[in-house]
Design a protein around this ligand. Sequence first.
Ligand code: ATP
Length: 201
Amino acid sequence: MKLSVGLTGGIGSGKSTVAERFERLGASLVDADEISRALTAPGGAAMPALRAAFGRGLVAADGALDRRAMRELAFTDPGARARLEAILHPLVRAESDRARAGAGGHYVMMIVPLLFETGGQARVDRTLVVDAPEETQVERVVRRSALAPEEVRQVMAAQWPRWRRLQAADDVVFNGGSEGELDAQCERLHARYAELARERA
Ligand code: ATP
């Protein structure tokens, strides 16, 4: 199987921004969030099970998962969160494995926001953490979305803290500065991944 790198990082750390650079350099991307959104879109494969488990309260008018209602439920009811994850995570994993098996490119980069939190590091060959100061994460997400700073901090509190992610990482890209500072870091890591992939082929 092709070399796989698990790309992770806290909310707003810059995972998508970094992943795009690796894609340009020749990596294939598999994005767990994108897969999760497809599974929970109108008519998505996860919707019948979610409707059966949670009723219409979590389903928006168009038949998609109501993401805001889901986030609220997940933060107020740990049991509901566990049931939600028990439905969604195996489907996301199966779909990610399928995408990974069919991917071209030198190697596959799997973008998984909760990689460590869900034990996903066991399913990839290496882990790459996108790191940024916590205040920078909050600023970026507030600028980009309709979330308030407290809501961003609530999401961050449900994720591994920065120090723990850094401790667990095989590789790190620091994204606390300008986007221009990413290029050299990504190029260096890409060269290493391409070499590891060649050795393995
Ligand atoms: P999420 O976990 O919420 O999906 P993410 O980790 O994928 O986020 P991005 O979407 O890549 O993060 O970045 C979050 C926001 O911050 C985006 O609007 C992006 O354009 C911006 N951003 C990322 N890196 C930088 C940077 N170095 N300088 C300025 N803005 C940045």
